[in-house]
Design a protein around this ligand. Structure first.
Ligand SMILES: Nc1ncnc2c1ncn2[C@@H]1O[C@H](COP(=O)(O)OP(=O)(O)OP(=O)(O)O)[C@@H](O)[C@H]1O
Length: 229
């Protein structure tokens, strides 16, 4: 298949039920979504509407009860853990509300880590990590550990780490939920700018309706279904 026309991500008729004792909680009731290269989309929804559940399914961290997730043309349900891990490493990057940086490592080491783990040459990993830190405006903070960085700086490092493997799609779950308004705006602007300059697709779960409105595509998860706004 030609990579240029295969969607980065395609979900069809995703259903997710959780067992709740004798009852079943149907959180997703048939979600369809297609993400193409370079898309940027925001997903909003009330607390408990299933946003994290959806991201977990799309990112291969959990299994759907029914339905299909394709990442770059690969059906997740046909892969074992190792295959899913490889696919995630090759095509996806993740950013969370809390940065999840490793406290004992510097910003540079944190960003280089995904490349080191997959076995790239250390010098190349460092060079790529340094270039990305420069791109997110933290060239001068490479040697700092997370404890010596501000909240916004840590989140920038987390974004650089998500991008270092050159993923086709970054999935971000409330990436600015833990930041003050001004810092949140800067981090939001950074993601929009990186989307333009790198052509990386971004899927951003957010409570921030103003930010969602600045994303070209907006979806709302409501009553188990994902609707384009
Ligand atoms: N492992 C689980 N077992 C049972 N129920 C679950 C599980 N995970 C989530 N749920 C339930 O599924 C629903 C959706 O949860 P989810 O965390 O996906 O919502 P959310 O939209 O991300 O919420 P928030 O905005 O508050 O983070 C909630 O009612 C939650 O209690």
């Amino acid at each position: 298949m030609n990579d240029a026309v295969v969607p980065v991500l395609q979900a069809s008729q995703l259903v997710k039920c959780y067992e709740e004792g004798p009852n079943e909680l149907e959180v997703l009731r048939g979600v369809d979504l297609t993400v193409q290269k370079g898309d940027i989309l925001a997903i909003i929804g009330a607390s408990g509407s299933g946003k994290s559940t959806l991201l977990n399914l799309l990112g291969g961290l959990d299994f759907a009860t029914r339905g299909k997730v394709m990442i770059a043309g690969n059906d997740l349900s046909t892969l074992n853990d190792r295959g899913t891990g490889r696919l995630r490493n090759r095509y996806l990057g993740f950013v969370y509300q809390f940065h999840h940086l490793l406290p004992e490592f510097t910003a540079l080491e944190n960003v280089a880590m995904p490349l080191l783990i997959r076995g790239d040459k250390p010098a190349e990993c460092q060079a790529k990590a340094a270039a990305l830190l420069e791109k997110v405006g933290l060239g001068h903070r490479q040697r700092h550990k997370p404890s010596a960085l501000s909240g916004g700086e840590r989140q920038r490092v987390a974004i650089a780490r998500a991008l270092v493997t050159e993923p086709a799609l970054v999935m971000a779950d409330e990436p600015t939920g833990n930041l003050d308004e001004r810092t949140a705006e800067q981090v939001q602007a950074l993601m929009l700018e990186l989307n333009e300059s790198l052509d990386t697709a971004f899927m951003i779960v957010t409570h921030d309706r103003e930010f969602a409105a600045r994303c070209p595509q907006q979806y709302e998860l409501h009553d188990g279904l994902l609707n384009r706004l």
